[in-house]
Design a protein around this ligand. Structure first.
Ligand SMILES: NC(=O)c1ccc[n+]([C@@H]2O[C@H](COP(=O)([O-])OP(=O)(O)OC[C@H]3O[C@@H](n4cnc5c(N)ncnc54)[C@H](OP(=O)(O)O)[C@@H]3O)[C@@H](O)[C@H]2O)c1
Length: 240
């Protein structure tokens, strides 16, 4: 067994052990990942997870347009509708403009609330996403999502990392790229940080969901080119 494969299996077993606390315990060694959004960022994250051995389903409002992405990601990847991706995932990622959140909440909010993790990689950017992003920034993105989708177990993460970093998340000095995350639910945090480690990042939980408003791109604090130690040092100033 190669070292990479052994690490992948170990990561999967540890995730499965966490997940097995649920009555809907995963039987397979690898969690299934539903990804709502298959653009530059959703495509990059999903490809990394598929290449790490996770069955991945991306959503699109036009899933037939994702053929090239699915083919490039290999046998673990497929495409579907928003409803299909939400139902498919043991855990679900949202990687969309914030203007899409009200529609997604209507379509699949109750489904997402039954999952142990909703990893929100999306950023509220008012210039791009209009009023919904302004509301989300004022309220806090995680609080905004939790209001739209009551009961979701949110972790925010990867929000400051550029999509081009996924194939090789290493700094020029050879250190792993750090990824700042916020969350409160322990199982959701364990799942999100476990997935991040599996695809080569070093996650740092910087605090509770209210600090999620500091995770976006571009951010004064997190520039997507920082080690875990850099993130820990900067996190001390967040929220002050
Ligand atoms: N690009 C980056 O490097 C980067 C880094 C960190 C975070 N982010 C954040 O990640 C999110 C996505 O960014 P991106 O660069 O990947 O954008 P993108 O390339 O424009 O892709 C946007 C995705 O959102 C989906 N979408 C849009 N409206 C939707 C709706 N109403 N319902 C369902 N899906 C919808 C689109 O799916 P359809 O096929 O249905 O159109 C598409 O897959 C943004 O919030 C961004 O700020 C991006």
């Amino acid at each position: 067994m190669s070292r990479r494969h052994a690490l992948g299996v170990a990561g999967a077993l540890s995730l499965t052990a966490t997940f097995a606390k649920f009555s809907f315990a995963a039987e397979t060694a690898k969690l299934k990942i539903g990804i709502i959004g298959a653009g530059r960022m959703g495509g990059a994250v999903g490809t990394a997870l598929a290449k790490a051995g996770h069955p991945v389903m991306w959503s699109s409002r036009n899933p037939e347009e994702l053929k090239d992405l699915v083919k490039a990601a290999g046998a673990n990847a497929q495409a579907g509708t928003v409803e299909q991706a939400a139902a498919f995932g043991d855990v679900v990622l949202t990687v969309v403009p914030y203007s899409a959140m009200p529609a997604i909440a209507k379509q699949v909010g109750p489904v997402l609330a039954r999952k142990p993790l909703l990893l929100d990689i999306s950023n509220p950017i008012p210039q791009r996403d209009g009023d919904e992003a302004t509301k989300a920034m004022e309220e806090g993105p995680a609080e905004y999502l939790a209001r739209l989708m009551p009961g979701v177990k949110i972790v925010r993460g990867f929000n400051a990392i550029g999509f081009t970093r996924f194939p090789n998340p290493v700094l020029a000095n050879g250190q792993k790229l750090g990824v700042a995350m916020v969350g409160e639910d322990k199982v959701a945090i364990d799942l999100a940080t476990g997935l991040a480690r599996e695809i080569g990042f070093e996650p740092v939980i910087i605090g509770p969901l209210k600090l999620g408003k500091y995770l976006y791109r571009p951010s004064t604090y997190f520039n997507g080119n920082q080690s875990a130690d850099d993130i820990r040092a900067i996190a001390k100033s967040v929220g002050q």
